[in-house]
Write a protein that binds this ligand. Structure first.
Ligand code: SF4
Length: 529
């Protein structure tokens, strides 16, 4: 009997712990598995760990990363005993760091692979299955630029494009240089081609990714390469929103500000990590800018883009941080007027230079952390309240925010990346995907019903610390839906998933679950301006 004809395809689930870089790497892992014929497990099966292949993409930066990984693996041990055919792979930063220790601590793991050899995942899984033994393969330097791997994009209307991997800095709290290596820059033509391919597939928003995006070009000796890249990517026809993350204050130059301000598609938004407002702590962290320079950049960004929303990362309680140092951080935060901030309590990471330093008492760190959060919450609230009355254009997202279900609002991001929950006109409230056919897929689509990927102009009516509400439609004021190619692409993907339509010819690296994945290597060529 021909068994292949009756066996359903094997399923996979990729669980991502960590940063955006990891989320994007996970898209490559999913793409490679789909190229091997695997299909994504249903959300229910993935949540219950019922996939045939489970990949955990780990992070070494977040607190308790190892505890989380081994906790996850512990839960999978029992499942694996019940289902011997199941395979477990561990990749990402913690795998790069812990290597075969993972197999020693969790011998039921089948594959361990690192950050430099994502491309090995399918081969290692196959080898582990064939040889019935664990495979550990960690490379010391980048083997294949991840962007050239197949990709299964999570979203059709927005995508990430990595411009570099690794980092040449040596921040004493950070494990990234050790695990991701020296900065490697992709060629501009390749990056632009990938952006163009994404746009051709329906995306209208692209985020350029790198550990330190504005040092882009260091490898090929062009100090203005990042601003040139912004201008060139921003000019790609069909792209409406261009973002980037994260820049480093030390190498943030004015040509980048000029490129941001003069390229209409570059969004008025900047995420720039402060880490500390104390120059002494910045020195101890080995971050080579000082607070005056940081605030000067913010001033120039705001002079060029008055509505720019600026966000940041701050670490509280770095070893040696005094009360005065912390007060300096509070002063800079007060002056910087961040629209929001990711705040972290310092915790030592093995393998980093700061690991050797004497930590501050937990109670001191906790108290400072709470004061900082309180200050930032107040500023975020004030900044968001100042948005009330403004007209904003929102790119409607799929499942963003928790407001959708309760209040019948849909959610998305404004140009400055603020989260907005917006009300539909009253006659449309209650129309959504739940129960019955999704009205957003109908042939005769109501002109006022937006789909994920469409743009809606609304007026902000309320500001909370972490989101805006725009109920202008209910008050008979601004509410304008603009249909986009991204909305069309979303609808097409949903129709294919529901079996209502056939997959259209794909131009680039976006893929629909269950259909073949094109190679991530772009084919369109665009020259840098
Ligand atoms: S700039 Fe510093 S914090 Fe950022 S990745 Fe490089 S070493 Fe880590």
């Amino acid at each position: 009997m021909d068994q292949t004809a009756v066996q359903p395809p094997r399923t996979y689930a990729v669980r991502t712990l960590g940063c955006q870089m990891n989320v994007h790497d996970s898209e490559h892992m999913a793409g490679m598995l789909e190229e091997q014929g695997l299909v994504p497990a249903s959300p229910e099966d993935a949540a219950a760990d019922r996939a045939d292949v489970i990949v955990i993409n780990t992070c070494a930066v977040r607190e308790n990363a190892a505890d989380r990984l081994y906790g996850n693996l512990g839960r999978l041990a029992g499942l694996k005993r019940e289902r011997p055919g199941m395979q477990i792979a561990v990749g990402g930063c913690l795998a790069q760091k812990d290597r075969s220790t993972i197999i020693e601590r969790a011998p039921w793991v089948d594959v361990v692979f690192g950050t430099h050899n994502l491309d090995a995942l399918p081969v290692l899984l196959e080898r582990a299955r064939h040889n019935a033994q664990a495979e550990v393969e960690i490379a010391e330097s980048l083997q294949v630029f991840p962007s050239t791997l197949p990709t299964r994009r999570e979203s059709v209307y927005a995508g990430w494009v990595s411009i570099s991997v690794g980092c040449n800095n040596t921040c004493t709290f950070c494990i990234v240089p050790h695990l991701r290596g020296k900065e490697r820059d992709r060629r501009p033509g390749e990056i632009l081609a990938e952006v163009a391919a994404l746009v051709a597939d329906g995306a209208i928003e692209v985020t350029l990714l790198g550990q330190n995006v504005n040092s882009y070009g260091v490898e090929f000796g062009d100090r203005q390469a990042f601003s040139k890249l912004l201008r060139a990517a921003g000019a790609i026809e069909g792209l409406e929103r261009l973002r980037f993350t994260s820049p480093h204050p030390a190498s943030f130059t004015d040509d980048v500000i000029e490129a941001m301000a003069s390229t209409p598609t570059v969004m008025p938004q900047l995420h720039m990590p402060l880490q500390s407002g104390s120059d002494q702590v910045l020195r101890a962290m080995r971050r080579s800018y000082r607070s005056t320079k940081f605030l000067g950049i913010l001033e120039r960004v705001r002079a060029a883009m008055p509505h720019a929303a600026i966000t940041t990362d701050i670490i509280v309680g770095f070893p040696g941080e005094t009360d005065e140092d912390f007060e300096a951080t509070l002063r800079v935060v007060e002056e910087a007027r961040f629209s929001s901030a990711f705040t972290f309590q310092y915790s030592p990471r093995p393998g980093t230079p700061a690991f050797e330093l004497e930590p501050l008492p937990k109670a001191v760190v906790q108290e400072r952390y709470e004061r900082l959060v309180e200050l930032q919450e107040r500023i975020s609230l004030e900044e968001n309240r100042a948005q009330v009355g403004r007209t904003v254009e929102v790119l409607v997202a799929e499942g963003e925010g928790r407001k959708d279900g309760e209040s019948r609002r849909v959610s998305g991001r404004a140009a400055d990346n603020r989260l907005v929950h917006l009300a539909l006109p009253a006659r449309l409230a209650g129309l959504g995907a739940e129960g019955g056919a999704d009205p957003r897929l109908a042939e005769a689509l109501d002109p006022e019903l937006p789909r994920p990927g469409d743009l809606v102009e609304v007026e902000v009516t309320y500001g909370a610390p972490h989101h805006l509400v725009a109920d202008s439609a209910l008050q008979g004021r601004t509410y304008r839906v603009r249909r986009t190619r991204a909305g069309d692409a979303w609808a097409q993907r949903e129709r294919v998933k529901a079996g209502l339509a056939q997959e259209e010819h794909s131009h680039g690296p976006t893929a629909v679950p269950g259909v073949p994945v094109p190679l991530g290597l772009p084919v369109v060529r665009t020259a840098l301006a």
